[in-house]
Design a protein. Structure first.
Lengths: 252, 333
């Protein structure tokens, strides 16, 4: 088997007394969509900050294309092909949509005209083509999510880390964004996504990892993972899996 | 803070540089309208302040890194040009070039220390202020810089010494420097470096995630910023043939350097020049009107600053655009 695109090996992150990520491992195969789910505060975003280089792991290794990237700064990982979006969107508020995306495009396109051209192409892809000259601060919630996605895409990543891009969207907006993500995968971008919208996780992901209290408690195809008693307990509390099973038996 | 949205994306060369050329040509005619030395003197000073502000604007206006101590670069340029001539006997033009380079080096050193240790916002501002104060105290005490009595450049009025009998000549040289800085700023705006610098101002983490080496970009910005402000300082010393610690490293120039872009338009090409002309035009007018009322011009500065921040957060230019209707954020598609 060939080397996976991303390999996270027994990574831990300690914030003072809190072990936010506890010896978590995961593997992202090239070309697919891998999901990362878990209850609030499980450490999903923290794991993303470790993979993207914003924080350094306390212990453990992060390998991108077989190379240990643990010591690299965020901009160096971006140059290697790792892009992330932020759970709390981080637009360049004073700039237009076009200029926002062009900053990302500049990574592979030093010339301004090329970067602006690339920005327009990316805007088209995520459905922002008609908002190119709008100030980023004037975008709606879904517009900001699209912009977050567009900027990351403009860096032409091999691995795209999406942190809850669907959070806060209404069902019809979710239906608009899901095909965009599916389309990205078909164009060859590998995706690791944190998501609470289960319907999207089920329809998009090949493999899902479940993080709870910093620990990786399950992995597998989405349908199997959501039936895993350990996962149900992590979300609904201790004994929940047994109660559910009992109820199903009673009604079944 | 947010600056105004920059000019539209694919402006032609004419649209980008035409206005700079036009402004330079109009200003170049001013000395023909007057031969009064006091007026020429005021105009040279206004241009000098504009130049110092243009330097500040690169780092503060575009990069969002507010310095309270640009006097450190102004003073370095001023002392360097004076001492290199008086102590080392260097030719005035060489000394001028060297002064700019030394100013840039001081900028790089301060930038390295501050940005490496992750200083931002008011911490960065205070550190620059501290550097300016340290330089002022050292220059005031060291015998090599002439101590409290300052440093003189020997009067020898010949063009090859960068000394001219006519103030108009100095005016044109100052204008050439300001114009060069206008062009350089416009080029920066239209470059990847400029886009990265503005991205850092708007959101440093987002910039990092998109592959921006924020440390390097900030370091380059403070180096360029220091070079331009050092050029203003070197010109100042060459113009008056004298410099002392309180002039060169004094708070007045740190304040002027940040005031003119804020009043004229932060993070815009013409902001510092507009601010300098507006402030110094008004200062001259109050002097003429209020006569010798002490502190009248300072009071006016204070009032203007308050007004600018309250009513024209994007400076005089922003105010004009707003009066023209619309925020002009989408001037062209
Ligand atoms: N920089 C930090 N300093 C201290 N504690 C932190 C820091 N970042 C995260 N934490 C803590 O680490 C834990 C994991 O947080 P994280 O944001 O990774 O969770 P998450 O799985 O993304 O949750 P959510 O689904 O709510 O986004 C939380 O208890 C959080 O308070
Ligand atoms: Mg999170």
């Amino acid at each position: 088997m060939s080397e996976p695109l991303l390999r996270v090996e027994a990574v831990s992150k300690r914030f003072g007394g809190l072990l936010a990520v506890d010896a978590a491992s995961l593997v992202v195969e090239a070309g697919g969509i891998t999901g990362l789910i878990g209850p609030n505060g499980a450490g999903k975003t923290t794991l993303f900050t470790l993979v993207s280089g914003f924080e350094k792991p306390t212990t453990g290794r992060i390998l991108f294309k077989g190379r240990d990237v643990g010591a690299l700064a965020p901009h160096e990982r971006a140059a290697l092909g790792v892009a992330r979006t932020f759970q709390i969107v981080q637009p360049f508020a004073g700039l237009s949509v076009r200029e926002n995306i062009a900053v990302g495009a500049h990574l592979r396109h030093p010339r301004r005209d090329d970067a602006l051209g690339k920005a327009e192409a990316v805007a088209e892809r995520v459905g922002l083509a008609d908002r190119l000259d709008a100030p980023a601060s004037g975008l709606t919630v879904v517009g900001r999510k699209r912009l977050e996605l567009a900027r990351a895409l403009a860096t032409e990543p091999e691995l795209l880390l999406l942190d809850e891009v669907l959070a806060g969207l209404n069902p019809s907006e979710v239906r608009d964004i899901v095909p965009i993500i599916r389309d990205l995968r078909h164009s060859g971008v590998t995706i690791l996504m944190v998501e609470h919208v289960m319907q999207a996780v089920m329809s998009l992901c090949d493999t899902v990892y479940v993080l709870a209290q910093g620990r990786m408690i399950a992995e597998g195809p989405p349908a199997a993972v959501t039936r895993d008693p350990a996962v149900i307990e992590a979300y609904l509390g201790h004994g929940a899996a047994a109660r559910l099973a009992a109820r199903e038996a009673a009604h079944g | 803070m947010t600056g105004p949205v920059n000019t539209s994306p694919r402006t032609s060369l004419l649209a980008a540089y035409g206005p700079i050329l036009a402004v330079a040509l109009v200003l170049a005619l001013l000395p023909l309208a007057t031969t009064a030395n006091t007026v020429l003197n005021a105009m040279v000073l206004a241009l000098l302040i504009a130049l110092a502000g243009q330097g500040w604007n690169i780092l503060g206006g575009y990069g969002g890194q507010f310095s309270f101590g640009h006097a450190v670069f102004f003073g370095t340029g001023a002392y360097a040009v004076a001492l290199l001539q008086s102590r080392l006997g260097l030719n005035a033009y060489l000394a001028f070039g060297a002064a700019v380079a030394i100013g840039a080096a001081v900028g790089a050193a301060i930038g390295f220390l501050s940005f490496r240790s992750g200083l931002r916002g008011s911490y960065f501002a205070l550190v620059t202020l501290a550097f300016a104060e340290v330089f002022r105290i050292v220059a005031n005490a060291s015998p090599w810089t002439g101590g409290a009595s300052g440093a003189l450049i020997k009067l020898d009025m010949r063009p090859e010494n960068f000394q001219f009998a006519s103030r108009a000549t100095f005016f044109w040289i100052a204008l050439a420097l300001v114009t060069a800085a206008l062009v350089a700023t416009r080029m920066m705006e239209r470059s990847r470096f400029g886009a990265y610098l503005v991205a850092i101002r708007e959101n440093e983490d987002a910039a990092k995630a998109l592959g921006v080496n924020t440390f390097r970009v900030k370091l380059q910005a403070i180096t360029a910023s220091a070079a331009v402000t050092a050029a203003a300082g070197a010109f100042y010393a060459q113009y008056f043939l004298f410099v002392d610690a309180n002039i060169a490293f004094g708070t007045w120039i740190s304040v002027e350097a940040l005031l003119v872009p804020i009043v004229g338009g932060l993070g815009t090409v013409f902001g510092p020049l507009i601010g300098a002309l507006a402030l110094h035009g008004l200062a001259e007018a109050t002097k003429a009107l209020a006569g010798r009322l002490p502190g009248a011009d300072l009071a006016l500065y204070g009032a203007l600053l308050v007004l600018a921040i309250a009513f024209a957060p994007n400076g005089v230019q922003g105010l004009f655009n707003r009066l023209k209707g619309g925020f002009s954020t989408r001037r062209a598609a």
